[in-house]
Design a protein around this ligand. Structure first.
Ligand code: ADP
Length: 478
């Protein structure tokens, strides 16, 4: 908004430096007095006065008579000029007042926007404890509407006895108080800070509620993770210790037994190595240390290697491993080693959780308008799927299979399946790093189907990539 400048003070403040009014008046008076004196002198010269007093009186009267119209005119002009200045000043003051009101409104809107957008809940109560103000975060955290909360006592709205006790303590002692509490009703962890306020507008309390639910959840995940890692490592270590103790107790002297136990020990060491390796991979992926080397690649080129690799284990379990790819599949953006890991994991799981004589099929489809979850964007993707006729996944396990260390109920599986519970978590990270998506559909005892969607590369992008590689000397020209 524009800020009109105030009228020039020189124009409306009559002071010694006000050249406009006073200089003109002084000059005018000087001219008039000089004229009067000249006229009087001329007149006195012609009509002689009797005494000096008479002469002076006559001179003063004549000066006044001659100058009076000018004085009246000047007084009128001066009054008019002051009126003008007063009008100017009033207009400016009015504009300035409007500007200040609008600035105050703007400031209020800004503060209210900040307050409403704040992730922390803010409440203000007055001296009798009634809520005077609450922002949207406070409404969300206490699950109340503005209409229900305003004007009601904080004790009626907060519902949590510890929070209410603390608020009352802060009011009584006029001290700042804080507490971390769990709002069981809403499944929230909150940190509340209550401060007494003394302002021109009155006294009361300022209550700030910080939502710690996410931080708590992350802490729980971290705790679970450490406990899971320890548990997963301790199991093979305990088995190793038992084997070593058995060997020490005499089994070492029996060549058949000792070979058997050493073979078992080897398996436990392999398990520990696998856990540690997978943990390292997961940690490197999660901390962003793995940089993908994306390039346009044929779907066939990423699936063939793992399929060939897993033919042996599939055959040993008499499982029919089928690759069913349509012709003319487009290129995808992929780091072939990483996608190799994902496919290997999915196919390996499918074989592992499928009883003898089952079937595992890897197929692919083009989806021209795939919509990623949490995005409105439609984009072309290739959807790879690994379908098995295995034991399937229970409805309880289904939402959790991509969590770190999550393993389905082994007793239900009635299958001797080893594993760390890290494979799908790693697969999920890799696919997401490719701007893709991984998900699963499964029915208990019927089988499972895991899907991965990966972005398609257009022909122009392939050509551009090849061209760039040639320019960099990476690829020989055709
Ligand atoms: P694991 O090493 O235990 O296989 P994953 O992360 O690969 O770990 O899989 C997590 C869990 O998901 C498995 O323990 C299993 O319960 C379930 N699961 C994965 N793939 C399949 C499948 N093809 N069929 C049935 N259950 C599966």
């Amino acid at each position: 908004m524009t800020n009109p400048s105030p009228p020039d003070p020189e124009l409306y403040v009559p002071n010694a430096t006000n050249t406009f009014s006073y200089r003109r008046i002084a000059v005018s008076y000087f001219v008039v007095v000089a004229l009067s004196v000249l006229t009087t002198a001329f007149w006195l010269n012609r009509a002689s006065c009797r005494t000096t007093g008479d002469c002076l009186l006559t001179a003063v009267v004549m000066t006044l008579v001659i100058s009076s119209p000018l004085v009246v005119w000047l007084a009128w002009r001066w009054g008019q000029w002051h009126m003008q200045q007063a009008t100017l000043m009033t207009t400016w003051l009015e504009g300035e007042f409007r500007r200040q009101v609008s600035l105050a409104g703007l400031e209020r809107t800004r503060l209210s926007t900040v307050l409403q957008q704040m992730p922390d809940g803010v409440l203000l109560t007055n001296d009798v404890g009634q809520i005077q103000l609450l922002n949207s975060a406070a409404r969300r955290l206490l699950q109340v509407t503005e209409g229900d909360a305003l004007g009601r006592s904080f004790a009626e709205v907060a519902y949590h006895h510890e929070l209410i006790d603390l608020w009352q303590k802060s009011r009584a002692d006029q001290t700042e108080e804080s507490i971390t509490l769990e709002m069981m009703r809403f499944g929230l962890f909150l940190q509340a800070i209550i401060s007494p306020i003394r302002a021109d507008v009155g006294t009361g309390s300022l209550i700030i509620l910080q939502d710690l639910t996410r931080i708590r959840r992350l802490e729980t995940i971290r705790r679970d993770f450490i406990s899971n890692v320890s548990h997963e490592l301790l199991t093979p270590i305990a088995a190793m210790r038992a084997l070593v103790e058995t060997l020490q107790d005499g089994a070492i002297d029996d060549p058949v037994m000792s070979q058997k136990f050493l073979g078992r020990a080897q398996i436990e060491v392999d398990t520990i190595t696998q856990i540690v390796n997978e943990l390292l991979v997961l940690s490197r992926i999660e901390s962003g240390q793995v940089s993908l080397r994306l390039k346009p690649i044929r779907v066939m080129d990423v699936v063939l290697r793992p399929m060939e690799h897993l033919q042996g284990p599939a055959a040993r379990q008499e499982i029919d491993l089928v690759l069913d790819l349509p012709a003319g599949l487009p290129y995808i953006w992929a780091d072939s080693d990483q996608i190799n890991t994902v496919i290997t994991n999915l196919v390996h799981n499918a074989i592992k959780y499928t009883p003898t004589s089952g079937k595992v099929t890897l197929s692919a489809k083009v989806k021209r308008s795939f919509v990623l979850p949490d995005s409105d964007l439609e984009q072309p993707m290739v959807v790879l799927s690994v379908k098995d006729t295995g034991i399937g996944i229970s409805q309880d396990d289904l939402p959790r299979v991509f969590e770190r260390f999550y393993k389905g109920d082994r007793s239900r599986q009635r299958i001797k399946a080893d594993g760390t519970g890290l494979g799908l978590a790693i697969a999920k990270h890799i696919v997401q790093a490719h701007a893709g998506h991984i998900w699963v559909k499964s029915k208990e005892w019927k089988g499972s189907k895991f899907y991965i969607a990966l972005p398609i590369v257009t022909d122009e992008e392939v050509q551009k990539f090849v061209h760039e590689q040639q320019n960099e000397g990476g690829l020989p020209a055709d």
